[in-house]
Design a protein around this ligand. Structure first.
Ligand SMILES: Cc1cc2nc3c(=O)[nH]c(=O)nc-3n(C[C@H](O)[C@H](O)[C@H](O)COP(=O)(O)OP(=O)(O)OC[C@H]3O[C@@H](n4cnc5c(N)ncnc54)[C@H](O)[C@@H]3O)c2cc1C
Length: 392
């Protein structure tokens, strides 16, 4: 087993780091270090286009669709250098990490040609229309309906928690297209233009004052018949494929961002004297151990060429990092003490550590809650009997 990177991979790292450092010191220095998901969204859309223009937007995709054919190790290296450079969170991460890979895997050649170049160039921002008020963990309970009418899908219903819908151009939607169907049967996967008379987006304000997600209402919203990925009724399989991208290896590179957060906590503890508190010291050490374990776990997954084994290991990684980061957020607040409860900025523009605490509460929910992840580990990973499912 090789726990590290080759010389060629380190050369790739240097190239990426160099380019990113140049951008963050130059044209895009005004958006360096932005921590909330939506701040300066127009500038960050320009940044997406800059990444696209220089071939750094979706490096794991095939070259013919705007990628670099980068290996998994190179993708992780890029994600690490991206975090190290202080570049802002990717405003099109749903397009790049979820919509794109789904189209690459399940779309027709025509659909690839229609959607992928826009995502790769940063022109098309995507959001995800899965969750509904009574269909989150139980996604198979989706009630939004789609019917075929005059060569178009006509969609009615409501989605919720639609991250970044207010700044997106497109949304992918899981809708029930077979009248009277229940559970995972009869669902389909549609690509819809978001800015149209039949779609209304209403922001939901979060605990950190940001409004990064929304309620999305569909009233006779429309898309051409050929905007369906897969065939009618195949939506569940495609949604599950997409969730594997969301929970899986695409998150391996985030440890460098976690490193930045832990370093910030250590600096704050040294600064305000809490680094001498034995309980705080123990928790900082524990966080360091947890981070290194995740790092070596990720390197072990990368060293494995058997993708089935990588997927098995990735199954437990979501809950591992989500719990680690939730604990890190709590540690951050205990290190800051009362200072963590006030902000010098207006409009709840929290500093990095209070924002980490508030945002990390969501980590154990989105992309599959901890309870759902445990069910997946039990059933798919360990082959335990399925838990009873009421609606099926
Ligand atoms: C920051 C953030 C961004 C999000 N962005 C998007 C987005 O862009 N698009 C989108 O479609 N969705 C998005 N979501 C929604 C997210 O996918 C759901 O919140 C998540 O799937 C949980 O669904 P729910 O909120 O309906 O909770 P519920 O499913 O109602 O769960 C409530 C509680 O019950 C537990 N529970 C439910 N079922 C079981 C079970 N079978 N066994 C044991 N326990 C169970 C859950 O673990 C949880 O603790 C986002 C969520 C967050 C927090």
């Amino acid at each position: 087993m090789r726990l590290g990177f080759t010389a060629a991979e380190e050369a790739f790292r240097a190239e990426a780091a160099d380019w990113l450092a140049g951008q963050m010191a130059g044209e895009f220095r005004d958006i360096k270090g932005i921590i909330t998901l939506t701040a300066k969204s127009e500038r960050r859309k320009e940044w997406e286009r800059q990444l696209g223009a220089h071939g750094w937007s979706c490096i794991g995709w095939p070259r013919e669709w705007g990628g670099r054919d980068a290996t998994l190790a190179e993708q992780v290296i890029f994600a690490e250098e991206y975090a190290r450079s202080g570049a802002p969170g990717r405003i099109n991460h749903i397009g790049i990490e979820l919509a794109g890979p789904t189209i690459l895997t399940f779309g027709t050649e025509e659909q690839k040609a229609r959607f992928l170049p826009g995502i790769a160039s940063g022109e098309t921002i995507f959001c995800q229309g899965f969750s509904e008020p009574s269909a989150g963990s139980d996604l198979a309970s989706v009630r939004t309906k789609g019917r075929l009418e005059d060569g178009e899908w006509v969609v009615n219903g409501q989605k919720i928690w639609t991250s970044l819908a207010h700044i997106s151009d497109w949304i992918f939607v899981v809708a029930r297209t077979e009248e009277g169907s229940k559970g995972p049967k009869g669902l389909s996967f549609l690509m819809m233009e978001l800015v149209q008379p039949g779609i209304e987006v209403r922001p939901i304000e979060q605990i950190n004052g940001d409004a990064e997600f929304n309620e999305t209402f569909f009233t006779d919203a429309r898309c051409p018949a050929d905007s369906m990925i897969g065939a009618p009724g195949e939506g569940w399989a495609i949604a599950m494929g997409l969730l594997a991208f969301e929970r899986g290896v695409s998150t391996l590179g985030q440890q460098m961002a976690f490193r930045n957060e832990l370093d910030e906590i250590v600096a704050a503890a040294k600064d305000n004297g809490r680094a001498t508190n034995p309980l705080i010291r123990q928790r900082i050490a524990q966080a360091e151990i947890g981070l290194r374990l995740m790092r070596y776990g990720a390197l072990r997954m990368l060293s494995n060429t058997d993708h089935a084994k990588i997927d098995g290991a990735a199954l437990s990684y979501k809950i591992q990092w989500a719990n680690w980061r939730r604990n890190l957020g709590e540690l951050a607040m205990d290190v800051l003490g009362q200072e963590g409860e006030v902000t010098a900025n207006s409009n709840y523009e929290w500093d990095m550590l209070p924002n980490l605490f508030l945002y990390s509460r969501a980590d154990t929910i989105y992309g599959g809650t901890n309870q759902i992840q445990r069910n997946l580990i039990a059933e798919r990973g360990l082959g335990l009997p399925r838990e009873p499912r009421g609606s099926l």
